[in-house]
Design a protein around this ligand. Structure first.
Ligand code: HBI
Ligand code: FE
Length: 289
């Protein structure tokens, strides 16, 4: 993103913003950052991430030896669900992003964070994108959900309601929780790739945890700079997929007239799984004006 806020095409990028991963150019120090993050997260996620995520991590062998080579990952990922990972310089324009998803291509940043910024970074790096997002793409239902989301994104843009669909992505793909027989588990990439939020999202008494409700989610703003104040729990990945396989026209018509729901508020129709204290958010709130 350049100073004037325009996303400029990176020299060498295609019109779809893809670039060569240039896997051979990663340095030993960059591979070591991946190994450090991988070992720390995978140990933490054993009984916190959902089974499809853990199975995907194994199936793709996003191993401890360093940054995965997309060519190798794609051979297996393609076979499983027809998805590929493609390298991009960073965040790409929405229309480019949605077109990739609609065509089963996940755009992943090529760069990796520095050893001194393991816990937070401004823009998604290869660890967030590949460790966080890609294992779930080995699950057939989630893989179909992500492609449906891509198709929906192009339509939401035409209607000028992209900000509402972006909330669905945020509260599912990035910060989604899943109801399982073993309890609530994580599938959202923004959580599984963050050590601190992996703990906060499941254990902390501060956030609300509510049953998944597509339209309610699309009315709920989100925070990009801190832990979430509300998480939504899907009953299953099948239910998540099924929620997108309907005509969104009437939904967008209702949403165009509906007010946003304040982030920590509860709606009468909410299925409350855990009622949060919001203590964390209050402690972080700027001093009252
Ligand atoms: N680009 N590379 C990349 N990764 C993203 O997650 C991404 C993006 N561009 C747009 C975008 N996400 C969001 O604006 C959409 O989810 C709405
Ligand atoms: Fe992401």
């Amino acid at each position: 993103m350049s100073a004037d806020g325009q996303t400029r095409l990176t020299p060498g990028a295609g019109t779809d913003w893809t670039i060569d991963q240039a896997w051979a150019r990663y340095t030993p120090a960059e591979h070591q950052v991946w190994v450090t993050l991988y070992e720390r997260q995978s140990a933490l996620l054993t009984d916190r991430a959902c089974d499809p995520f853990l199975r995907g991590l194994e199936a793709l062998d996003l191993h401890r030896a360093g940054i995965p080579d997309f060519a190798r990952v794609n051979a297996e990922l393609n076979r499983l669900t027809g998805w590929s990972v493609v390298a991009v310089p960073g965040l790409v324009p929405d229309v480019v992003f949605f077109d990739h998803l609609a065509n089963r291509r996940f755009p992943a940043g090529r760069f990796i964070r520095k050893a001194n910024e393991l816990d937070y970074l401004e823009e998604p790096d290869i660890f967030h994108d590949v460790f966080g997002h890609v294992p779930m793409l080995t699950d057939p239902e989630f893989a179909d959900y992500m492609a449906a989301y891509g198709r929906g994104g192009l339509r939401a843009m035409q209607r000028g309601q992209l900000h509402q669909l972006a909330r669905l992505y945020w509260y599912t793909v990035e910060f989604g929780l899943l109801q399982t027989p073993a309890g609530v588990r994580i599938y959202g990439a923004g959580i599984v790739s963050s050590r601190t939020e992996t703990i906060f999202a499941l254990d902390d008494p501060s956030p609300n945890r509510l049953g998944f409700d597509l339209e309610r989610i699309m009315r709920t703003p989100y925070r990009i700079d801190d832990f979430q104040q509300v998480y939504f729990v899907a009953p299953s990945l099948g239910a998540l997929l099924e929620a997108t396989l309907r005509d969104f026209g009437p939904i967008y018509d209702r949403l165009a007239r509906a007010a946003d729901i304040p982030i920590a508020a509860l709606e009468p129709t909410d299925r409350v799984i855990t009622l949060g204290s919001q203590a964390y958010a209050r402690a972080r709130a700027p001093a009252a004006q």
